[in-house]
Design a protein around this ligand. Structure first.
Ligand SMILES: [Fe+2]
Length: 300
């Protein structure tokens, strides 16, 4: 379906470039088969829709993100909370400018699972994919940045992506752009993305996306690779072995206590094999990747 060999090479080149760029991934016909409207309709009509995994977003109406009125949920005898989409409420919100977002769509649409797992193996990072369906009058988010790298593959219709340079470099998923001020700087560049093309967006780049055609479907694959911060959690695990760090903090903190704390910390960190800690952080971040999945009856 996708030309995985060139896709992998192009993503790696884009990562090295460190700037948003366009990548060709498939022909228009091939892109249309990644997820079809029929599959999306079948899923939405399945009666097994979950909120907020499936949600509506509208940048001019922030409350839409918490809106669950389009779903009629019922608890099954086995305790599952299943939802049936209320057609009128759902379509009414879309007509008024909302987009549909399906989080972790790779669990529902097999081709998106293939792409998601490929991205994990190629980039050695945890991937998660979301599907966005939008109409020409809709804008799901205003200016924002993401705390992970994104590869957005256009499946149907066209979108315009506009970018501004990062103002907070290498954000994590806990650094929320909606709590920060959108920079006043001019848009640094724009890309028009057609079916079969993808845009690579490094974490931290401000972006806004507009639908240029009557409707649009695109798949975003978010990639989370191990960071230097992950080494700190390995260091923390090592520090837990020392009785000093397990002690209660004193009620009153004296200057001597602070000096002693610093000495204990430095001495303990000096004892840690950092080479091993970094390798462990990298290894642990890959444990859940697609390659590491259970493959019974093979036990090894
Ligand atoms: Fe985004």
């Amino acid at each position: 379906m996708l030309n995985y060999k060139t896709f992998e090479e192009d993503i790696k080149k884009a990562r090295e470039l460190g700037k948003p760029c366009k990548i060709m991934v498939a022909s228009e016909e091939e892109a249309a088969t990644i997820v079809t409207w029929q599959e999306i309709n079948d899923f939405l009509n399945s009666g097994q829709v979950d909120f907020p995994r499936v949600r509506l977003a509208n940048s001019s109406n922030a409350e839409m993100l918490g809106y669950r009125g389009f779903l009629e949920t019922r608890l099954t005898k086995s305790g599952y909370n299943l939802g049936r989409v209320r057609k009128k409420a759902f379509l009414d919100k879309i007509i008024r400018g909302s987009s549909i977002i399906i989080d972790r769509c790779m669990d529902y649409f097999p081709n998106t699972r293939t792409i998601n797992d490929f991205a994990e193996s190629a980039l050695l990072g945890k991937a998660s994919s979301n599907l966005y369906c939008s109409w020409s009058n809709s804008s799901s988010f205003g200016w924002h940045f993401d705390g992970h790298d994104v590869i957005a593959i256009q499946i149907q219709g066209s979108k315009k992506w506009s970018f501004k340079e990062p103002t907070f470099e290498y954000p994590t998923n806990s650094d929320k752009s909606f709590l920060m001020e959108v920079p006043q700087q001019e848009t640094c560049f724009e890309l028009r993305i057609e079916p079969g093309e993808a845009v690579y967006v490094p974490k931290g780049y401000w972006h806004v996306v507009e639908t240029l055609t009557e409707n649009s479907v695109h798949l975003t694959v978010g990639i989370n690779k191990a960071r230097n911060l992950d080494v700190l959690s390995i260091i923390e695990q090592e520090l837990r072995r020392h009785a000093f760090f397990r002690m209660d903090l004193p009620d009153k903190i004296s200057p001597e206590y602070v000096i002693n704390f610093k000495e204990q910390l430095m001495a303990s960190i000096n004892e840690i094999d950092l080479d091993q800690a970094i390798s462990r952080a990298k290894f642990e971040s890959c444990l859940d990747l697609a390659d590491a999945k259970i493959n019974l009856p093979n036990l090894y």
